[in-house]
Design a protein around this ligand. Structure first.
Ligand SMILES: O=C(O)CCC(=O)c1ccccc1C(=O)O
Ligand SMILES: [Mg+2]
Length: 367
């Protein structure tokens, strides 16, 4: 496949309401939209998902833009590609920068699927034409959280995730459980705890949580293994797992029962597929994570989540969960707790051009 042109657009949009984690309060979101074209004028769509500051991973919108413009796009223009699975290999000599790599790699998957005249989800070996939807509550205030959960359940979501941190954990969950004793509920700490907090984390076992996501430090694969022996709730790793190698270490050390797979964090769709296969072969459950992203990244998530191992609802929600108006058409909608995998070629969603233009801060074309 020959790529003759690439366009990078930095976009920015306010969230409908602020989103709080243990580390950051997100009120607006920037991202990089990647559009690549072939000789026939077909366009592949990708989205690089780092945040504006390096609070979740070390990448930022600016570092990813630099990587895409100065390092990754030149490699793509220079090397012939037969199949998108070769892209992550062609980036092997470049360390880290997974979200930048993933942005361009996912655009190439979309273009390839369009050339093959197939939905992307079929091309990646998906086995279901709809995926279960989960949602993350964006506040740590118990009253607000309970109100938000009521609204999300009304919208059909089947699983709810709540952000916790030291000092806002037991009481918050106790209040939520009073209202929703049987809800499929899980928590995410974004590495806010340490092994000094074992007692607090053991106390959370009584809430019958589906899992506790990333309680300890981002590189604490060993400490998570120590913690998992001491708590009943399965640990789910997010930040700690950025490569297949990390997943192998976590499996070997029994550091978790679950891995949250994010295409951006692991450096692309091909790596995500391989991580899925590795986890399923080793009895580690997987689900598809979210990045408070726009519709293009969500569409790639939906394609990934049609694969057989993604049985747990992921952080895959509707466009309207975060956005007044998304940059794709049609928007992503949740019906009866599920999102339908589109029938169109590639990711199956078009860019909403006027919306994209309205939220674009800066763009450049390369060829
Ligand atoms: O709804 C979403 O898109 C995911 C929400 C979420 O939990 C999250 C959002 C931004 C960065 C990291 C995380 C996370 O999974 O830790
Ligand atoms: Mg997480």
């Amino acid at each position: 496949m020959k790529i003759i042109e690439a366009q990078l657009s930095i976009i920015k949009m306010p969230l409908r309401s602020p989103f709080s984690t243990s580390l950051s309060k997100v009120t607006e979101r920037e991202a990089i939209i990647i559009e690549i074209s072939d000789e026939e004028g077909r366009v592949g769509l990708g989205e690089a998902v780092p945040f504006s500051t390096p609070w979740y991973t070390e990448e930022t919108v600016k570092t990813a833009y630099h990587m895409l413009k100065d390092i990754l796009l030149p490699i793509i223009f220079q090397q012939p590609i037969q199949h998108p699975r070769e892209v992550s290999k062609s980036f092997e000599a470049i360390r880290g920068n997974h979200m930048a790599k993933s942005g361009i790699e996912t655009a190439i998957w979309d273009l390839y699927a369009k050339q093959q005249r197939k939905p992307l989800w079929e091309l990646v070996g998906g086995v279901r034409d709809r995926v279960p939807a989960g949602v993350v509550v964006g506040t740590q205030d118990p009253k607000e959280a309970i109100e938000n959960i009521a609204m999300y359940l009304q919208e059909g979501y089947k699983r709810v995730k709540v952000k916790i941190k030291p000092g806002n954990d037991y009481h918050l969950l106790n209040e939520i459980r009073k209202h929703y004793p049987t809800l499929d509920l899980m928590v995410d700490a974004n590495s806010a705890y340490s092994l000094n907090d074992v007692k607090v984390l053991q106390a959370l076992d009584e809430f019958q949580l589906l899992m506790i996501e990333q309680p300890l430090g981002i590189d604490d694969i060993v400490e998570h293994s120590i913690l998992q022996e001491k708590i009943k709730t399965p640990i789910c790793l997010d930040e700690s797992i950025v490569s297949l190698h990390d997943a192998k270490s976590a499996i070997h050390l029994k550091s978790c029962g679950v891995i949250n797979i994010k295409i951006g964090r692991v450096g692309g769709l091909w790596n995500a597929i391989q991580m899925h296969d590795l986890c399923i072969a080793n009895n580690i459950k997987v689900w598809c994570g979210g990045m408070i992203e726009f519709g293009i990244s969500k569409a790639h998530n939906i394609a990934l989540a049609t694969k057989s191992g993604f049985t747990i609802p992921g952080d895959i929600s509707s466009s309207s969960r975060y956005w007044e108006e998304d940059i794709i058409s049609p928007e992503i909608i949740v019906r009866n707790g599920e999102i339908k995998a589109p029938t169109g070629f590639g990711i199956g969603y078009e860019v909403n051009k006027s919306r994209l233009e309205k939220v674009t801060l800066y763009k450049e074309i390369f060829s």
